[in-house]
Write a protein that binds this ligand. Structure first.
Ligand code: MRU
Length: 380
């Protein structure tokens, strides 16, 4: 595998974000020196993908914390809360944004740091840890999912769920990477993913870098390929999974799931536990972001946007859709792969792991190498 370009880095002076709006034409970074710049990078899709958004939010919050002048702890926490709340408004659907900010706020409140200076350092360390953790968890998730990929599989994927969408390695694309690393031969069909072209611009870019065989198709070609027997399995990521397994992901995912059902193909969702929102009973209550009509009426090119629709045409641009649990064969997480109806089992397992970790505190790298335990027999 090629060395992956880092999506996000903490550089002491700034949070350095690879500007994905410029890919695949230019590799350029945004140096975010304050939390508002990070929130803006999230809003403008310079950094996108649920896990990457979570890491960016945590690092943005750490930047914000560092700039707080007050040495009074209660006042510091009040200002930190305001900063976190502002970052929370960046995008509504990916639950990792809220998960990450809740985590850093909890850490700040429960910290026993002797001064606000020490607390700031703890928050910076937590932001960096969350980046490292994300990569470790993605590799675990990849190993779980790779077991479900047959040798010589022809795989359809939608949007970008790779290194760019996470701290590194990827979720659904991480499963594909892990399958290839384990010696399986695969071919990936990449949906271009209108309107923002995450598939064409980002997934195709990552797969070419890794020399994983792939073919780019427009979203409307998927059904025809399935009908002709060209696809064996579908695997996508998630922005938010409700407790019953209903899954919000990039617009067009639902269509792929319906097509997979019609052609009796397995449809898998790969996501870390942090993408599961156990507070929501079903996908009905997942907030769906609506974005600028310009994304639909124009296309990005190396030299700017090209308008493709008549001026003034009414546009509907929901960025995500919800795939009902009934269309999903299994949800693949770092804790195991289960049918959507059994997500709560993984939650109970995660609690047990946290208890175990607290008592033994193994370092992250050791955890990455550890075999993944499974509570149930594998799903095929
Ligand atoms: O609008 P985006 O590009 O942030 O949407 C991203 C997706 O829908 C991804 O599939 C999802 O976040 C999973 S990323 C591992």
């Amino acid at each position: 595998m090629a060395a992956m370009v880092p999506t996000i880095e903490w550089t002491e002076k700034a949070v350095r974000i690879l500007d994905q709006t410029q890919l695949p034409h230019t590799v350029v970074y945004r140096e975010c020196t304050d939390y508002r710049m990070v929130a803006r990078a999230i809003r403008e899709l310079a950094i996108r993908g649920a896990p990457a958004i979570g890491v960016a939010a945590a690092m943005g919050a750490a930047l914000g914390a560092r700039a707080i002048q007050s040495r009074d702890r209660a006042d510091f926490l009040k200002q930190f809360h305001i900063i976190c709340d502002e970052i929370r408004t960046a995008r509504p659907t990916a639950v990792n944004l809220f998960w990450a900010l809740d985590r850093v706020e909890r850490a700040a409140k429960s910290s026993t740091a002797s001064s606000t200076g020490a607390l700031k350092e703890e928050l910076v360390a937590l932001g960096k840890l969350m980046l490292d953790e994300d990569i470790v968890l993605n590799k675990q998730l990849g190993r779980v999912g790779a077991a479900l990929i047959p040798d010589h599989a022809s795989i359809l994927t939608h949007c970008n769920t790779g290194s760019l969408a996470t701290g590194g390695y990827g979720t659904a694309l991480g499963v594909i990477r892990a399958a290839v690393e384990s010696g399986k031969r695969v071919h990936v069909y990449v949906d271009e993913t209108r309107p923002v072209l995450q598939g064409a611009r980002l997934t195709a870019w990552e797969l070419l870098q890794d020399q994983i065989p792939c073919t780019l198709i427009t979203d409307s070609m998927a059904g025809s390929l399935m009908r002709r027997g060209k696809i064996d399995i579908c695997i996508v990521g998630a922005d938010r999974i409700a407790a019953n397994g209903d899954t919000a992901n990039k617009i067009g995912t639902y269509s792929v799931a319906v097509l997979a059902k019609a052609h009796r193909l397995p449809f898998y969702v790969a996501a870390p536990m942090s993408t599961i929102d156990f507070n929501l009973a079903s996908g009905e209550s997942i907030p769906i972001e609506e974005r600028d009509p310009e994304e639909v009426t124009s296309m990005p090119t190396a030299s700017g946007r090209v308008v493709t629709a008549p001026k003034g045409v009414p546009v509907y641009n929901p960025a995500f859709d919800v795939t009902p649990a009934a269309l999903i064969r299994a949800i693949i997480t770092e804790r195991g792969a289960v049918p959507p109806g059994q997500l709560r089992k993984l939650k109970a397992m995660a609690r047990a792991v946290v208890r175990e970790r607290r008592s033994s505190s193994p370092d992250l790298k050791a955890r990455a190498e550890r075999p993944v335990r499974s509570t149930r027999r594998p799903i095929t």
